[in-house]
Design a protein around this ligand. Sequence first.
Ligand SMILES: Nc1ncnc2c1ncn2[C@@H]1O[C@H](COP(=O)(O)OP(=O)(O)OP(=O)(O)O)[C@@H](O)[C@H]1O
Length: 599
Amino acid sequence: MTTQTQQLSTVKSLWRVIPYVQGAFPRLFLGVFIALAAAATALTIPLALRWLVDNPLSSGDIAQIIPGVAVIFTLGMAEVIFIYLRRWLTLGPGVHLEGKMRNAIYVHLQQLPVAFHDKWQSGQLLSRAMGDVSTVRRWISFAFVQLITSTIMLVAGFTMLFTFSALLGAIFLACSLPLIIFSIRFQRQFSQLARSSQDQQGDLATTIEESVHGIRVLKSFGRAGEALDDFLDQANILRGTELAKGRANGRMWFWMLLIPDLGFALTLLLGIVQAERGVVSVGTLVAFFATAALLKGPMQSIAPMLSISIEAASSLNRFHEVMDAPIEILDKPDAPQAPAGPGALVFEDVHFRYEDSSPEHPDLLNGINLSIQPGETMALVGATGSGKTSLTALTTRLFDVTSGRILIDGVDIRDVSIESLRTRIAMAFEDATLFSISVRENVLLGREELSDARTPEEQQQADALLNQSLNIAQADFARHLPNGVESKIGEEGLSLSGGQRQRLALARAIAVQPSILVLDDPLSALDVTTEAAVEKALRHVLNTTTALIVAHRPSTVMLADRVALLHEGKILDVGTHSELLARCPEYRNVIASLDEEKQ
Ligand SMILES: Nc1ncnc2c1ncn2[C@@H]1O[C@H](COP(=O)(O)OP(=O)(O)OP(=O)(O)O)[C@@H](O)[C@H]1O
């Protein structure tokens, strides 16, 4: 996804790095100070040279030559040591900053609502958390200090050149001025290219991620060739942008190398004439060119440092596009824990619509009123696309209601802490996502205290809960994996069948031992016999737990005490399966369509 960014100037964008570098300020400032000391030492060398040429060398005083050379040697050595120290000092802040920024974006991504993740491609998020953060680290560790010291060195160096000879200094400066014009033009062009390249890298990462993720679909539909063509098209666009960046850099380098050399040649010519006429001493001329030679480095470093700074500014913009995304679903200040009641779940005039749904459409959920008693199992049925999954997502605040309210044991779910709400209500989805960790860790994911069990008692408790949850979810197969429940599940559980993944996801929801269980068709991938066994075992759990179960199969409906029919955004009727069959034609239609789907 290529986002439209608010265009900030390079300096404003770079300024936003400050919160992440604060702890490392002393080291960074010391680094800048040491870099300035290195520059000052380097600029002292031409002064020592002038004294050496104009005094002992012209008078032939051998006794003074050796100490003079020793001073220049010592200054050179000091400069080398300062440069080493500067590199050592500035490396730490960069690494510190990289860690802080990466942690911050990870935490923020975890807190951002599901609506944000629905809109953003994972490749874009990945490239911002990895590539862009590394670019900013390179800038702070290297280009930032270099840019400051180069600028100060240029100001001090040109001042020295003017004191040596105003005429020669003015000519050298005049020859260098076009560099500023080129730098400004370069900055404009390069910042656009840098941003395009970073966005295209994000798009490419998304394509790779999606094609690896969907490799089975691509292979089975014989679309690998087309996927490769799409990838190559995107990779070619990125290559074009990178080549354009390289050409812009190359042009900049051409002028960066040529202009100082032209200035150097011109002033050398004039300087020799002036020395010959006695306007300047030979020592001053030597010092002038030693200084001018020293300034070539900072002048030439401006372009690469500018390009790194521009890239870092663009990376910071991309980073902040994620960090600035508001966390819309938040705890109220000092929100209390969800009440430890029996588990009544009530929907009161609940309205909900997705942000991107068009205004002429009515709300997807258009005034839901539904009351589920403690310990009751309520099945939710409705035509496909009627909003059943969306309704279940509201219970744990994956999305917030647009209006109305949802109550858990009489308390609005927005008034209690989200963390406590999500321990009271556990969810299992049709699309079961497992993590690349062991079966044990996956099942005990919602029981942090037990997944980190240390004492033998905790271990025993964790084992008992794990076994009980696996039994209810009919996930016995997990014990027969190569390392039993300690077996690590392949990436996103892909080494397991769909039905096996669903059973582990169900075991995970059961292990939370919630007061309310919300199941979004979690048995869809099971065969009829396994489904019947899971349902039988589930009945025991559901006797003591309030449950809301989205049902796509008549057998799931049979599990429930009552059934709610969702129709055109409202709960059209609630009753037992047979009551609804008898009195509600819409219910009969939905059940008939479920039967047809099953056949
Ligand atoms: N994250 C989302 N952003 C925008 N629209 C969405 C989102 N998720 C679902 N929708 C839309 O909301 C409507 C209801 O979807 P939902 O998944 O809640 O229905 P459902 O009744 O569970 O469907 P099914 O029985 O097919 O699973 C659909 O039209 C769908 O396109």
